[in-house]
Structure formats: C-alpha cells, structure tokens
Design a binder for this molecule. Structure first.
Ligand SMILES: [Zn+2]
Length: 222
C-alpha cells in the first residue's frame, strides 16, 4: 500500500506542467485535465481517498429532518452551513491556485463547463472559475439572507444546491493537488459527502448535474 506521501507524489507527477500549459496557451483555452480522474485511476489512491473521511453514519444522521423542524427551514439552515464550508475550502485555493490564468473556464475536468446565467436570465456567460465562484458565493449569501427573512422557496434551494455542487466539482477536478498539499483532503471529502447525503435526501440536484462527481461518489461510498 502506498503511504500518504507516495500517494501525493505519484499523483502530482501526473499533473500537466506549467510549461505544457503555456505551450498550449491560446484562446479559447483548451479544457484542462481532471486531477480527480487521474487520482481515481489507481486502486491505492482510491483506497487512501476513501480512508480520509469521517464516519458515514454520522453524516447521514446529521442531515435527517428533526420532527419539530419545517423542511424548508431545515434546508435553508444546511445551505448556510455549506456556504460557510465552501467559503472556507475555496478560500484555500482562491488567491494563488485558482486564478483566471490557471482556470480560465469554470470546468469540472475536460467534459463539463458551467456558464453563468446573466441577470436578464436569457443569456449565459463564459467566465474564469474564480469569477464564477465569487459570483456564486456572493449571490448565495444574498439569497440565503432573503430566504431567512421568510420567503423560503424550494426552487431557490435547488439552485443554491446545484451551484454549490459545481464548486465542489471544480475543487475536486482542478485543485485536488493544492488541497492535498494543504493537508485538507479529509475536510474536503467529509464536507462533500455530507453535502451529497443532504442533496440526495431532499432531492435537490438532478442526476445530470451529479454526473461530473459520479466516479468520486462511487469511490467514497464503496
Ligand atoms: Zn480553479
């Protein structure tokens, strides 16, 4: 079995070097490789990834609706928790690792790109990941403030959950090595699986949106 260090170094050695990335520079930028797909390609790394996780049963219990609570309020309270978690996790890569240069598109590996819906709700905009995520985090704060003020709306909760899921997908596909360097994978895994149980329990994100994280979810739940 590989040690944690072996796992990290063998995984990192497969990353595209900055020179390779510069050689491929141009517009539109090519879709970047997925660090997650590389990692899930080896059995010891999958095993190690799975081990960096708190007890699954505790996470499943944590999202269950208490009898006294309304389901809408319960969902909003959890969304506030997940917003705080994502602010923390994304804050770890924001300034140095996730820049318009390193992540010129909001992607989850080479197969998925997420476009920002403009305020007119009719047009979509391609943005660097950092800009997209900044907009999601500030929009989510406003939206949650509005929901806390009493206008709880399940449709808003679906949109919050969908956009939060995209941030997790970007972090896993493009910043695993950065978070590995910061010793933050256990926190990332635990946060994601907690979030995953939550969105499944309340059916907040459709299966098509979950697709970029399917292999990871299967690995963590194995
Ligand atoms: Zn990024």
């Amino acid at each position: 079995m590989l040690s944690f260090l072996d796992w990290g170094s063998s995984f990192r050695s497969k990353k595209v070097s900055s020179k390779d990335q510069n050689d491929n520079a141009g517009w539109p930028p090519s879709f970047p490789q997925s660090q997650l797909t590389l990692l899930l390609g080896t059995a010891p790394a999958r095993e190690r990834l799975r081990s960096l996780l708190l007890e699954r049963q505790q996470l499943q219990l944590a999202i269950r609706l208490p009898e006294s609570e309304s389901v809408d309020d319960w969902i909003v309270l959890h969304c506030i928790d997940f917003l705080n978690l994502l602010n923390l996790l994304y804050g770890m890569v924001y300034v140095h690792a996730c820049t318009p240069n390193t992540c010129p598109r909001m992607t989850a590996g080479p197969a998925y790109e997420f476009l920002w819906q403009r305020s007119d709700k009719r047009t979509m905009e391609r943005l660097p990941a950092s800009k997209y995520i900044e907009l999601v985090l500030s929009w989510a704060e406003e939206e949650l403030r509005r929901l806390m003020a009493g206008s709880a709306n399940r449709k808003s909760c679906h949109k919050l959950a969908q956009r939060f899921h995209r941030i997790f997908a970007h972090l896993y596909h493009h910043h695993l090595a950065d978070l590995l360097d910061m010793d933050a994978i256990a926190h990332l895994n635990t946060s994601y699986l907690h979030f995953y149980f939550f969105i499944k329990e309340f059916d907040l994100v459709g299966s098509k949106e979950l697709e970029p994280m399917r292999a990871l979810t299967e690995c963590l739940l194995a």
